[in-house]
Design a protein. Structure first.
Lengths: 607, 320
């Protein structure tokens, strides 16, 4: 064997040996706490941040980042979601006409770059949203006249018409004037292009790093006015498939996981060092009807579409509702991880939700469905098992389902079966979400199985059913003059008790008039390693979410299980064992030596 | 002179192909029956004025021909992502290096091991070794890569805890050698998945090509001269059998930027394959267009390099 050959083998072996030493020493961020490093809570998710720009926020993780990184004018109470102290003290001073609300802003708060936060930042935020018409938060402003800060501690919200908007509370982040003022007056594209990393905020945590498709990292604000967090850093890690998310939680690569699918969630139920949480989600699934029919037959004032005219008959819609077994949807589609739907307001928002009593409930009753259809004139006149229109013409409906959504197709299949059982000839059409948006925009559907997320204040949900939302956010351009009146009343009253009454009436109205059928309320399925962290609570209590709540309160209570931190850190991915590396080095040396020895013995080519 | 004309001809063909691809790239996305602004803004609360302004800003209010002329004269002006309003160059740029590492290393390794296996298999054609190689490489080649990747994940990450479950790196604060090792650990399983999954293709072609060459007269002459088997293989047979492999490898390097969406999903690896899928799903036109342009350009350039290399290696092609 030549000297050069021997050097080559030794070089390769050394490289392998040094890789093995480094690999064995490689640690995950959570483990660094054992050696005195920052305490990091790593949460796994199948979602990613869309953008750290405040005005690009669209989805759950964006809002989670917003309300960790930024404060709100008023916070949501941790247990009840009622308004409570935020940057401003609650309650504010209300003028007798309900049009002027004066807030006292707390002092001593600083932005993450050290600049003091004052009432002027609060006034700037609201004026920025109003003047630049930032759609994401615009609806929280009420019929705003002006926002003023006569001094550093006073914020005045003036309205043209009375409203409870100032104490809803408005779910929007307070942004620093010294960072965002340069975008004031610019077009929406310029405002939304701002990268905003690091995101200067006053919240309990501050976004310091974001790698799209990989993770976002937020550092704790140790001077936070609401209390010093026990954890030093939060990392949200992106997983592209839920199986890997589950394995990462079990393996210790992450400390918590959210949005687990039911089948995966069931698999970790009995793991001793994992605690699971089932909470009310901020989302409902519904069967929404289209009221956009042929010109002349269309719902009054709505643009033309292709909806079957029978859907404008309340008895037909009620019959469809009676044919749906919602409990079966809960049990068979979501494996029990949801609850039967009724009102458009989610059960999470206990202070707003109206529930029908036994006499009002429209439950599963195929007989009631058939009876309603018979009395409406939809009878099976030719004995083929399917009903015809009152004019004796063939009658069929189509349910649109969306393949991108977790439950839509399964729900749709069951609903179609039940409708066929009561004699309504129904078919199913499954499309991607992008295609569904096209069909929705064109009014080219009878009904679809989709859903809505809902915000704490009911206004954003209730406005879906007003006329001005047609061709905008309305499902099928439903409208009713009585409902329009109620909506305007609740939108312009400054009396919270009065507003509660109106909102309850509106929910009952929608339940009875049925522009849509609320099928079920989805649940959030979350889990965490109880051997790593403790102090997890939910918002609201007791059936709320750990993550995707309404502020930082839950995170402020999470702390490491310090006695077990060192043990826990060694249970994460620990690298290839040293004996494997040694075996690899030995194999490389043996094979290399044999190969080179064989070459040395061969004769030269003597052509 | 023949070489120069050959080179010029190939370069001109590449330019024409690139123009054709650019044009197809533009019209293909506009044939889709959907409104990109509606899709872009579906989950956001925009006012109607904002929505209309977006249509103007992204040039969607202009006539199709005008949009095309703007596009063809500024092919690298990729604009902003519809989804995130971030520059498309940034959106793509942050995934290029992880993709090059994953698919590039896998392509190199599967080429090396595929060629070696093909040589070994062809030289011992019909033997038990040949059969074993054929069966095992074809088995792995026919396995869905996402399934195979999941099996490796379960075995070596979830059960043995030898490697991380997912991602490109575990410790974003690591620097220097620590960062290299961190990234390398995260690459092992996805690279292994792609390498083992695709070396069958190279081994089959190498085997087939070498068997053809082994039947040539010059190989018989070399044996007749008394050369050892090993030298006949190494100096006469293999170099001639490598020509198809060289072309294939260069072309496959053109596909590197396409990523590997199945493996990226299993290992939650931030690659261009998944980005392309997401852009299609979200109808993020600027990202889709940029990805298809990059991908097409890479394949066209690789094809050009393959043509030139082949012409250099085999003079008969240049002079034809």
């Amino acid at each position: 064997m030549s000297k050069r050959s021997l050097q080559a083998i030794l070089l390769v072996s050394t490289l392998v040996a040094s890789l093995s030493a480094s690999g064995a020493a490689a640690q995950s961020p959570s483990a660094s706490a054992a050696s005195g490093g920052p305490v990091t809570l790593t949460i796994g998710s199948t979602s990613d941040l869309v953008s750290p720009n405040v005005f690009k926020a669209c989805c759950a993780l964006d809002y989670e980042f917003l309300f960790l990184n930024y404060d709100q004018l008023l916070n949501f109470d941790k247990d009840t979601l009622a308004a409570t102290d935020g940057l401003a003290y609650y309650p504010p001073e209300e003028s007798t006409d309900g049009k002027t609300w004066t807030f006292k802003i707390r002092t001593g708060v600083k932005w993450s770059d050290g600049v003091p936060l004052t009432a002027k930042d609060v006034a700037f935020t609201f004026n920025f949203i109003k003047d630049n018409h930032m759609g994401a938060f615009f609806n929280y402003l009420g019929d705003a006249k002006s926002f003023e800060a006569p001094d550093d501690e006073t914020f005045i919200w003036r309205l043209n018409t009375p409203s409870t908007a100032p104490i809803a509370p408005p779910w929007l982040p307070i942004i620093p004037e010294h960072i965002w003022s340069r975008f004031d007056g610019k077009d929406a594209k310029t405002i939304k292009e701002f990268k905003n990393i690091p995101a200067v905020g006053s919240g309990a945590f501050n976004l310091t790093d974001w790698k799209p498709g990989q993770y976002m990292s937020l550092d704790a604000n140790k001077d936070y006015w609401g209390g010093t967090p026990y954890i030093d850093r939060i990392v949200w890690k992106v997983y592209d498939n839920p199986e890997a998310l589950k394995l990462a939680l079990i393996n210790g690569e992450i400390d918590a996981a959210e949005a687990l699918p039911p089948a995966i969630f069931q698999q970790i139920q009995n793991v001793s060092n994992i605690t699971t949480n089932v909470s009310n989600a901020n989302y409902y699934d519904d069967l929404a009807f289209n009221f956009r029919g042929a010109p002349g037959a269309a719902f009054p004032g709505s643009p033309a579409g292709t909806a079957d005219p029978s859907l404008q008959n309340l008895d037909v819609r009620k019959a469809i509702a009676y044919s749906i077994d919602k409990q079966a949807l809960v049990d068979r589609v979501t494996l029990g991880y949801s609850s039967v739907g009724s009102s458009v307001i989610l059960p999470t928002y206990t202070q707003w939700q109206w529930q029908p009593d036994a006499s009002q409930t429209i439950g599963f009753s195929p007989e009631a469905a058939k009876s309603l259809l018979d009395s409406a004139g939809y009878k099976d006149t030719n004995g083929d098992g399917f009903r015809e229109t009152p004019n004796g013409e063939p009658w069929s409906l189509q349910v649109l389902t969306i393949t991108d959504l977790t439950y839509s197709v399964q729900e749709g299949k069951l609903i179609v079966g039940w409708m066929n059982d009561v004699g309504i000839k129904t078919s199913i059409k499954s499309v991607s979400e992008s295609k569904a948006y096209d069909l929705w925009g064109a009014g080219d559907f009878d009904m679809y199985v989709w859903g809505w997320g809902a915000e704490p204040d009911p206004d954003s949900t209730l406005q879906l059913f007003i006329k001005s939302q047609c061709e905008w956010w309305s499902d099928g351009c439903y409208s009713d003059p009585a409902y329009e009146k109620m909506y305007a009343s609740q939108h312009t009253t400054a009396d919270m008790a009065n507003r509660h009454d109106i909102v309850s009436q509106m929910q009952q109205f929608l339940y009875e008039q049925m522009p849509l059928v609320i099928l079920l309320y989805e649940k959030d399925l979350q889990a965490y390693r109880n051997d790593r962290f403790t102090g997890f609570t939910t918002q609201p209590s007791p059936v709320g979410s750990i993550f995707y709540a309404f502020g930082p309160q839950v995170y402020l209570g999470i702390k490491p299980v310090s006695a077990n931190q060192e043990t826990a850190s060694t249970s994460s991915s620990s690298g290839v064992p040293i004996w494997v590396w040694i075996a690899l080095v030995v194999v490389v040396v043996i094979l290399g030596g044999a190969f080179l020895a064989r070459r040395g013995k061969s004769s030269e080519d003597t052509e | 002179m023949g070489s120069r004309r050959y080179l010029l001809k190939k370069i001109l063909q590449a330019f024409f192909t690139m123009w054709f691809v650019l044009t197809m790239n533009f019209f293909l996305f506009r044939i889709l029956p959907s409104d990109p602004v509606a899709n872009m803004t579906k989950a956001q609360k925009l006012t109607r004025a904002e929505s209309a302004a977006l249509r103007i800003e992204f040039g969607l209010d202009k006539p199709m021909l005008q949009q095309y002329l703007i596009y063809i004269t500024h092919p690298f002006n990729w604009g902003l992502s519809f989804q995130s309003s971030r520059p498309v160059a940034d959106v793509i740029g942050e995934r290029v290096w992880p993709t090059l590492l994953l698919v590039g290393i896998s392509t190199i390794l599967s080429t090396i091991f595929g060629v070696l296996i093909g040589i070994s298999s062809a030289w011992r054609r019909g033997s038990r070794l040949d059969v074993n190689w054929l069966v095992s490489t074809m088995t792995f080649y026919s396995m869905p890569d996402f399934w195979f990747g999941m099996m490796l994940l379960l075995a070596f990450a979830a059960t043995l805890h030898w490697f991380p479950i997912s991602g490109y790196m575990g410790d974003p604060t690591a620097t220097g050698w620590g960062h290299i090792v961190d990234v390398a650990r995260h690459l092992v399983l996805p690279v292994t998945t792609l390498t083992i999954g695709y070396l069958g293709e190279y081994s089959l072609i190498m085997r087939s090509s070498l068997i053809d060459v082994m039947n040539e007269d010059f190989v018989g002459v070399a044996r007749a001269k008394g050369l050892p088997d090993r030298l006949v293989r190494r100096r006469h047979a293999v170099p001639n059998a490598l020509l198809p492999i060289v072309t294939m490898v260069i072309l496959y390097f053109g596909y590197v930027l396409g990523g590997a969406v199945g493996v990226e999903t299993v290992f939650s690896y931030p690659g261009l394959g998944k980005l392309t899928y997401e852009a299609i799903d979200q109808q993020d036109f600027p990202v889709m267009q940029a990805m298809f342009l990059l991908f097409s350009a890479a394949v066209i350039i690789a094809n050009l390099i393959a043509d030139i290399t082949y012409g250099y290696l085999d003079p008969r092609v240049r002079e034809a």
